[in-house]
Design a protein around this ligand. Sequence first.
Ligand SMILES: C[S@@+](CC[C@H](N)C(=O)[O-])C[C@H]1O[C@@H](n2cnc3c(N)ncnc32)[C@H](O)[C@@H]1O
Length: 331
Amino acid sequence: MLAVKVPRQEAEKVRRKLIELGVLAKGYAVKREGEFILFPVTEPVEGFELVEADFGRLEKRPHSYREVVEVPKDVKPLLPSSFDIIGDIAIIEIPKELMEYGKAIGEAILKVHRHIKAVFAKGSKVSGEYRVRELIHLAGERRTETLHRENGIRLKLDVAKVYFSPRLATERMRIFQKTRPGEVVFDMFAGVGPYAVLLARKAKLVFACDINPWAIRYLEENIRLNKANNVVPILGDVRKVAGRLEADRIIMNLPKFADRFLREAMLSVKDGGVVHYYGFGPEEDLFSEHEAKIKAIARELGFKVEFLERRKVRPYAPRQFNIAIDFRVLK
Ligand SMILES: C[S@@+](CC[C@H](N)C(=O)[O-])C[C@H]1O[C@@H](n2cnc3c(N)ncnc32)[C@H](O)[C@@H]1O
Protein backbone atom coordinates (compact mmCIF):
# COMPACT_ATOMS: atom_id res chain seq x y z
CA MET A 1 0.00 0.00 0.00
CA LEU A 2 1.09 3.56 -0.68
CA ALA A 3 2.95 5.27 2.19
CA VAL A 4 4.60 8.57 3.09
CA LYS A 5 8.09 8.13 4.57
CA VAL A 6 9.38 10.79 6.96
CA PRO A 7 12.19 11.17 9.51
CA ARG A 8 11.05 10.31 13.03
CA GLN A 9 11.46 13.86 14.34
CA GLU A 10 8.94 15.13 11.80
CA ALA A 11 6.43 12.32 12.26
CA GLU A 12 3.95 14.11 14.51
CA LYS A 13 3.87 17.25 12.36
CA VAL A 14 3.38 15.17 9.19
CA ARG A 15 0.70 13.01 10.80
CA ARG A 16 -1.32 16.12 11.58
CA LYS A 17 -0.80 17.42 8.03
CA LEU A 18 -1.98 14.12 6.50
CA ILE A 19 -5.10 14.15 8.70
CA GLU A 20 -5.75 17.76 7.68
CA LEU A 21 -5.46 16.77 3.99
CA GLY A 22 -7.76 13.79 4.65
CA VAL A 23 -5.34 11.27 3.11
CA LEU A 24 -4.18 9.25 6.13
CA ALA A 25 -5.53 5.71 5.68
CA LYS A 26 -7.61 4.68 8.72
CA GLY A 27 -7.45 1.36 10.52
CA TYR A 28 -3.71 0.68 10.00
CA ALA A 29 -0.81 0.80 12.45
CA VAL A 30 1.99 3.21 11.38
CA LYS A 31 5.28 1.51 10.67
CA ARG A 32 8.79 2.22 11.99
CA GLU A 33 11.84 1.63 9.79
CA GLY A 34 15.04 2.65 11.60
CA GLU A 35 15.01 6.45 11.83
CA PHE A 36 11.91 6.74 9.62
CA ILE A 37 8.17 6.49 10.13
CA LEU A 38 5.85 5.28 7.35
CA PHE A 39 2.26 6.53 7.20
CA PRO A 40 -0.27 4.63 5.03
CA VAL A 41 -2.05 7.04 2.67
CA THR A 42 -5.07 6.75 0.42
CA GLU A 43 -3.53 8.72 -2.49
CA PRO A 44 -0.19 10.24 -3.54
CA VAL A 45 0.72 13.36 -1.56
CA GLU A 46 2.89 16.06 -3.05
CA GLY A 47 6.05 17.18 -1.27
CA PHE A 48 6.70 13.86 0.55
CA GLU A 49 8.75 10.76 -0.19
CA LEU A 50 6.31 8.06 -1.31
CA VAL A 51 7.02 4.33 -0.92
CA GLU A 52 5.14 1.02 -1.08
CA ALA A 53 4.79 -0.92 2.19
CA ASP A 54 2.63 -3.50 3.95
CA PHE A 55 0.75 -2.35 7.05
CA GLY A 56 -0.82 -4.37 9.83
CA ARG A 57 -4.51 -3.79 10.51
CA LEU A 58 -5.29 -2.03 13.83
CA GLU A 59 -7.45 -4.11 16.09
CA LYS A 60 -10.77 -2.26 16.35
CA ARG A 61 -11.75 -2.18 20.04
CA PRO A 62 -15.48 -2.25 20.59
CA HIS A 63 -16.91 0.69 22.56
CA SER A 64 -20.07 -0.98 23.73
CA TYR A 65 -20.87 -4.46 25.07
CA ARG A 66 -23.71 -4.45 22.53
CA GLU A 67 -21.17 -4.85 19.71
CA VAL A 68 -19.84 -8.17 21.07
CA VAL A 69 -22.73 -9.71 22.99
CA GLU A 70 -23.94 -13.07 21.69
CA VAL A 71 -27.74 -12.88 21.67
CA PRO A 72 -30.28 -13.59 18.90
CA LYS A 73 -30.69 -10.75 16.44
CA ASP A 74 -34.35 -10.17 17.23
CA VAL A 75 -33.68 -9.34 20.91
CA LYS A 76 -30.71 -7.02 20.22
CA PRO A 77 -32.87 -3.87 20.14
CA LEU A 78 -33.90 -4.64 23.75
CA LEU A 79 -30.32 -4.44 25.06
CA PRO A 80 -29.94 -1.49 27.48
CA SER A 81 -27.55 1.17 26.25
CA SER A 82 -26.22 1.97 29.71
CA PHE A 83 -25.61 0.53 33.16
CA ASP A 84 -24.30 1.73 36.51
CA ILE A 85 -20.71 1.26 37.55
CA ILE A 86 -19.93 1.21 41.26
CA GLY A 87 -16.22 0.70 41.83
CA ASP A 88 -15.38 -2.38 39.75
CA ILE A 89 -18.95 -3.74 39.74
CA ALA A 90 -21.50 -3.19 36.94
CA ILE A 91 -25.23 -3.23 37.68
CA ILE A 92 -27.54 -3.44 34.71
CA GLU A 93 -31.32 -3.36 34.42
CA ILE A 94 -32.40 -5.89 31.83
CA PRO A 95 -35.91 -6.51 30.59
CA LYS A 96 -37.55 -9.89 31.41
CA GLU A 97 -37.23 -11.02 27.79
CA LEU A 98 -33.42 -10.77 28.05
CA MET A 99 -33.01 -12.51 31.40
CA GLU A 100 -32.16 -15.86 29.77
CA TYR A 101 -29.20 -14.13 28.05
CA GLY A 102 -27.98 -12.59 31.31
CA LYS A 103 -24.72 -14.57 31.34
CA ALA A 104 -23.88 -13.54 27.75
CA ILE A 105 -24.63 -9.89 28.58
CA GLY A 106 -22.46 -10.03 31.71
CA GLU A 107 -19.59 -11.64 29.84
CA ALA A 108 -19.78 -9.07 27.04
CA ILE A 109 -19.57 -6.26 29.62
CA LEU A 110 -16.50 -7.87 31.21
CA LYS A 111 -14.88 -8.26 27.78
CA VAL A 112 -15.30 -4.64 26.72
CA HIS A 113 -14.78 -2.93 30.10
CA ARG A 114 -11.62 -4.48 31.47
CA HIS A 115 -11.78 -2.63 34.79
CA ILE A 116 -15.13 -4.27 35.65
CA LYS A 117 -14.74 -7.50 37.61
CA ALA A 118 -18.34 -8.49 38.40
CA VAL A 119 -21.69 -7.94 36.71
CA PHE A 120 -25.10 -8.07 38.38
CA ALA A 121 -28.65 -7.51 37.14
CA LYS A 122 -31.19 -5.57 39.15
CA GLY A 123 -33.49 -8.24 40.59
CA SER A 124 -36.02 -5.92 42.19
CA LYS A 125 -36.80 -2.29 42.81
CA VAL A 126 -35.11 -0.48 45.71
CA SER A 127 -37.34 -1.30 48.68
CA GLY A 128 -37.71 -1.53 52.45
CA GLU A 129 -36.37 0.72 55.15
CA TYR A 130 -32.74 0.22 54.10
CA ARG A 131 -33.54 1.09 50.46
CA VAL A 132 -31.67 -1.89 48.98
CA ARG A 133 -32.50 -4.12 46.02
CA GLU A 134 -32.00 -7.76 45.11
CA LEU A 135 -29.14 -8.44 42.72
CA ILE A 136 -28.70 -11.36 40.34
CA HIS A 137 -25.16 -12.44 39.52
CA LEU A 138 -24.53 -12.51 35.76
CA ALA A 139 -20.78 -12.88 35.27
CA GLY A 140 -17.35 -12.41 36.81
CA GLU A 141 -16.53 -12.54 40.50
CA ARG A 142 -19.31 -13.35 42.96
CA ARG A 143 -18.42 -10.35 45.05
CA THR A 144 -20.57 -7.40 46.07
CA GLU A 145 -18.06 -5.32 48.07
CA THR A 146 -16.12 -2.69 46.17
CA LEU A 147 -14.26 0.61 46.43
CA HIS A 148 -15.87 3.49 44.54
CA ARG A 149 -14.25 6.83 43.75
CA GLU A 150 -16.41 9.93 43.52
CA ASN A 151 -15.78 13.67 43.83
CA GLY A 152 -12.25 13.01 45.09
CA ILE A 153 -13.28 10.69 47.92
CA ARG A 154 -13.10 6.90 48.28
CA LEU A 155 -16.15 4.94 49.39
CA LYS A 156 -16.06 1.29 50.39
CA LEU A 157 -19.47 -0.37 50.23
CA ASP A 158 -21.38 -3.55 49.58
CA VAL A 159 -23.87 -3.06 46.76
CA ALA A 160 -26.08 -5.86 48.14
CA LYS A 161 -26.24 -4.56 51.72
CA VAL A 162 -26.53 -0.77 51.42
CA TYR A 163 -28.08 1.85 49.17
CA PHE A 164 -25.71 3.65 46.84
CA SER A 165 -26.31 5.42 43.54
CA PRO A 166 -23.40 6.75 41.48
CA ARG A 167 -25.93 8.87 39.57
CA LEU A 168 -26.10 11.35 42.45
CA ALA A 169 -22.44 12.40 42.22
CA THR A 170 -23.22 15.73 40.54
CA GLU A 171 -25.97 16.51 43.04
CA ARG A 172 -23.60 15.79 45.93
CA MET A 173 -21.01 18.13 44.43
CA ARG A 174 -23.69 20.81 44.15
CA ILE A 175 -24.41 20.57 47.88
CA PHE A 176 -20.67 20.64 48.61
CA GLN A 177 -20.43 23.92 46.69
CA LYS A 178 -23.26 25.43 48.74
CA THR A 179 -21.70 24.39 52.06
CA ARG A 180 -19.75 27.11 53.87
CA PRO A 181 -16.62 26.54 55.97
CA GLY A 182 -17.40 26.23 59.67
CA GLU A 183 -20.93 24.89 59.24
CA VAL A 184 -22.49 22.07 61.23
CA VAL A 185 -24.21 19.62 58.86
CA PHE A 186 -26.76 16.93 59.68
CA ASP A 187 -27.03 14.14 57.09
CA MET A 188 -30.23 12.44 58.24
CA PHE A 189 -30.06 9.44 55.87
CA ALA A 190 -26.33 9.12 55.34
CA GLY A 191 -25.85 5.62 53.88
CA VAL A 192 -22.12 4.90 53.52
CA GLY A 193 -21.38 8.62 53.60
CA PRO A 194 -21.14 10.03 50.05
CA TYR A 195 -22.52 13.40 51.25
CA ALA A 196 -21.15 13.30 54.79
CA VAL A 197 -17.55 12.43 53.90
CA LEU A 198 -17.49 14.94 51.02
CA LEU A 199 -19.01 17.81 53.02
CA ALA A 200 -16.61 17.08 55.89
CA ARG A 201 -13.91 18.62 53.68
CA LYS A 202 -15.53 22.04 54.25
CA ALA A 203 -17.86 21.80 57.24
CA LYS A 204 -16.71 21.98 60.87
CA LEU A 205 -18.76 18.97 61.92
CA VAL A 206 -21.03 16.48 60.15
CA PHE A 207 -23.57 14.32 62.01
CA ALA A 208 -24.36 11.31 59.80
CA CYS A 209 -27.24 9.06 60.78
CA ASP A 210 -28.50 5.79 59.28
CA ILE A 211 -30.70 2.98 60.50
CA ASN A 212 -28.91 0.27 58.49
CA PRO A 213 -26.03 -1.19 60.56
CA TRP A 214 -24.14 -2.11 57.37
CA ALA A 215 -24.31 1.47 56.15
CA ILE A 216 -22.84 2.72 59.43
CA ARG A 217 -20.14 0.03 59.36
CA TYR A 218 -19.04 1.18 55.92
CA LEU A 219 -19.43 4.83 56.88
CA GLU A 220 -16.98 4.25 59.75
CA GLU A 221 -14.55 2.65 57.33
CA ASN A 222 -14.98 5.52 54.88
CA ILE A 223 -14.30 8.06 57.63
CA ARG A 224 -10.98 6.26 58.20
CA LEU A 225 -10.18 5.90 54.49
CA ASN A 226 -10.71 9.61 53.86
CA LYS A 227 -9.47 10.87 57.25
CA ALA A 228 -12.83 12.58 57.70
CA ASN A 229 -12.53 12.70 61.48
CA ASN A 230 -15.10 15.48 61.83
CA VAL A 231 -17.91 13.08 60.79
CA VAL A 232 -19.91 11.65 63.70
CA PRO A 233 -21.62 8.39 62.68
CA ILE A 234 -24.92 7.67 64.39
CA LEU A 235 -26.59 4.27 64.09
CA GLY A 236 -30.33 4.34 64.61
CA ASP A 237 -33.68 5.80 63.67
CA VAL A 238 -33.23 9.48 62.90
CA ARG A 239 -36.46 10.21 64.83
CA LYS A 240 -34.58 9.50 68.04
CA VAL A 241 -31.75 11.89 67.21
CA ALA A 242 -33.58 14.77 65.56
CA GLY A 243 -34.24 17.78 67.74
CA ARG A 244 -31.32 16.81 70.00
CA LEU A 245 -28.77 18.54 67.78
CA GLU A 246 -28.68 21.82 65.84
CA ALA A 247 -27.31 22.17 62.34
CA ASP A 248 -26.77 24.93 59.79
CA ARG A 249 -27.53 22.54 56.94
CA ILE A 250 -29.63 19.39 56.75
CA ILE A 251 -29.64 16.73 54.04
CA MET A 252 -32.76 14.62 53.65
CA ASN A 253 -31.78 12.09 51.00
CA LEU A 254 -34.64 9.63 51.42
CA PRO A 255 -36.77 10.67 48.44
CA LYS A 256 -39.43 8.00 48.90
CA PHE A 257 -40.31 9.02 52.48
CA ALA A 258 -38.61 12.36 53.22
CA ASP A 259 -41.99 14.07 53.71
CA ARG A 260 -42.54 11.91 56.82
CA PHE A 261 -39.42 13.39 58.43
CA LEU A 262 -39.98 17.11 57.80
CA ARG A 263 -40.84 17.79 61.43
CA GLU A 264 -37.54 16.19 62.55
CA ALA A 265 -35.58 18.20 59.99
CA MET A 266 -37.17 21.52 60.97
CA LEU A 267 -36.62 20.86 64.68
CA SER A 268 -32.94 20.13 64.02
CA VAL A 269 -32.09 23.12 61.84
CA LYS A 270 -30.90 26.42 63.33
CA ASP A 271 -32.84 29.63 62.76
CA GLY A 272 -31.87 30.67 59.21
CA GLY A 273 -30.44 27.23 58.40
CA VAL A 274 -31.01 25.38 55.13
CA VAL A 275 -32.70 22.03 54.41
CA HIS A 276 -31.96 20.05 51.23
CA TYR A 277 -35.10 18.02 50.69
CA TYR A 278 -35.40 15.22 48.09
CA GLY A 279 -38.53 13.63 46.69
CA PHE A 280 -40.11 12.10 43.61
CA GLY A 281 -42.54 14.05 41.49
CA PRO A 282 -44.60 13.54 38.32
CA GLU A 283 -43.38 15.37 35.23
CA GLU A 284 -46.50 17.55 34.97
CA ASP A 285 -46.17 18.93 38.52
CA LEU A 286 -42.82 18.21 40.08
CA PHE A 287 -42.82 20.32 43.22
CA SER A 288 -46.30 21.51 44.37
CA GLU A 289 -47.21 18.56 46.56
CA HIS A 290 -43.85 18.60 48.34
CA GLU A 291 -43.91 22.35 48.86
CA ALA A 292 -47.40 22.17 50.33
CA LYS A 293 -46.20 19.57 52.87
CA ILE A 294 -43.14 21.66 53.75
CA LYS A 295 -45.30 24.75 54.33
CA ALA A 296 -47.86 22.79 56.39
CA ILE A 297 -45.27 21.36 58.80
CA ALA A 298 -43.58 24.77 59.17
CA ARG A 299 -46.95 26.31 59.99
CA GLU A 300 -47.66 23.64 62.62
CA LEU A 301 -44.34 24.37 64.29
CA GLY A 302 -44.79 28.14 64.06
CA PHE A 303 -41.83 28.55 61.65
CA LYS A 304 -41.56 30.27 58.27
CA VAL A 305 -39.91 28.78 55.19
CA GLU A 306 -38.23 30.52 52.31
CA PHE A 307 -37.82 28.43 49.16
CA LEU A 308 -34.34 28.89 47.72
CA GLU A 309 -34.10 26.48 44.77
CA ARG A 310 -36.04 23.71 43.07
CA ARG A 311 -34.42 21.32 40.63
CA LYS A 312 -34.78 18.03 38.78
CA VAL A 313 -32.00 15.73 39.96
CA ARG A 314 -32.48 12.82 37.55
CA PRO A 315 -35.18 10.81 35.80
CA TYR A 316 -36.54 8.13 38.11
CA ALA A 317 -39.29 6.23 36.26
CA PRO A 318 -41.29 6.96 33.12
CA ARG A 319 -42.51 10.58 33.52
CA GLN A 320 -41.27 10.68 37.14
CA PHE A 321 -38.29 12.64 38.43
CA ASN A 322 -36.13 12.67 41.49
CA ILE A 323 -36.39 16.29 42.60
CA ALA A 324 -34.64 18.53 45.11
CA ILE A 325 -36.01 21.51 47.03
CA ASP A 326 -33.69 23.72 49.07
CA PHE A 327 -35.42 25.83 51.71
CA ARG A 328 -34.46 28.07 54.62
CA VAL A 329 -36.23 27.79 57.97
CA LEU A 330 -36.92 30.98 59.92
CA LYS A 331 -37.82 30.39 63.56
C1 LIG B 1 -31.78 6.71 49.60
S1 LIG B 1 -30.64 6.13 50.82
C2 LIG B 1 -29.46 7.47 50.77
C3 LIG B 1 -28.10 7.11 51.27
C4 LIG B 1 -27.02 8.15 51.02
N1 LIG B 1 -27.43 9.46 51.43
C5 LIG B 1 -26.57 8.17 49.58
O1 LIG B 1 -26.68 9.21 48.93
O2 LIG B 1 -26.07 7.16 49.10
C6 LIG B 1 -31.53 6.40 52.29
C7 LIG B 1 -30.88 5.86 53.56
O3 LIG B 1 -31.74 6.19 54.68
C8 LIG B 1 -31.68 5.14 55.62
N2 LIG B 1 -32.90 5.25 56.47
C9 LIG B 1 -34.16 4.91 56.16
N3 LIG B 1 -35.00 5.18 57.17
C10 LIG B 1 -34.26 5.72 58.16
C11 LIG B 1 -34.54 6.23 59.46
N4 LIG B 1 -35.77 6.21 59.96
N5 LIG B 1 -33.52 6.74 60.19
C12 LIG B 1 -32.26 6.75 59.70
N6 LIG B 1 -31.93 6.28 58.49
C13 LIG B 1 -32.90 5.78 57.71
C14 LIG B 1 -31.57 3.88 54.79
O4 LIG B 1 -30.98 2.84 55.52
C15 LIG B 1 -30.69 4.37 53.60
O5 LIG B 1 -29.33 4.07 53.83
